[in-house]
Design a protein around this ligand. Sequence first.
Ligand code: AR6
Length: 178
Amino acid sequence: MKIHWQGDRLTVAEGDITRFEGDAIVNAANRSLQGGGGVDGAIHRAAGPELLEACRELRRTTWPDGLPVGEVAMTPGFKLPARHVIHTVGPVFAKSEDRSELLADCYRNALHLAAEHRFERLAFPAISTGIYGYPAAAAASIVAAVMRERLPALPGLAVTLVFFSARDADGFLKSASL
Ligand code: AR6
């Protein structure tokens, strides 16, 4: 399933993000950058062990205390069809605190980094909506707002939002009101 918004600038797709061919995929990582479950685990498995080595190098050189929530860091894609991986850390959902700006930062900072590198094709998973427990509908509104706000200023960049199931993609489209 695919929908296009603003021409081909934004695509909503169902599938496995590790199969995405393009300049970069975004990884919903954790602060340690040492891999994990969910999409992070799938990306590490598909990219091969060099990805973990590159992440360890990032920790040594740039982020000794871990990658802060909302920040981004890039590695090559190694065995992935995507040339690069932009690692980010989404917020863990909490009822007691509004963490929407942190989730928006993940998307904004990844878009910014991609544009800086003149990337043309970038894919995102639904950051924080799995193990980190962010309600999908709330996340969808945040993502849609960032895309609406930022994509018009990044004319060379096409973004694909990849959902693991048709149900998730459908839910996004219902909540996002793009
Ligand atoms: N392709 C596309 N989407 C996927 C894939 C895939 N191959 N696999 C899972 N998803 P999650 P989070 C979807 O839990 O909530 C890790 O352990 C999944 O259905 O991967 O940000 C990290 O190391 C869900 O909709 O990420 C962190 O510790 C979405 O990706 C923690 O999980 C995000 O789910 C991060 O949790």
